[in-house]
Design a protein. Structure first.
Length: 96
């Protein structure tokens, strides 16, 4: 099991954000998110967006810090990465 977190660099809503991913499975990622109390709305198809304020605590809970480039590389290698095109298409698709 490897849950990865990248350096908090992504500005939005008055803070900076990290991405939290699994290089194993979405189920593993969701279980980790549930265990550490991440809100469901923070999940975005293949990752969680987490504010800088949670960064150190998530590492203490077992997330492995990596660079943004390494996070994307490992997510893509796992086959779990949702491309920007897929992300747009899924957001436009009507709910079942």
């Amino acid at each position: 099991m490897t849950v990865l977190i990248d350096t908090p660099l992504w500005p939005k809503h008055g803070t900076v954000w990290s991405h939290l991913v699994s290089d194993e499975s979405i189920d593993e990622l969701r279980a980790f998110g549930d265990r550490v109390g991440l809100p469901p709305r923070a999940f975005d198809l293949d990752h969680y967006d987490v504010p800088v304020e949670r960064y150190e605590a998530l590492i203490a809970d077992g997330a492995v810090p990596v660079s943004p480039r390494e996070l994307v590389r490992r997510l893509a290698a796992s086959g779990l990465r949702v491309s920007p095109r897929e992300r747009r298409e899924r957001r436009r698709a009507p709910s079942d």
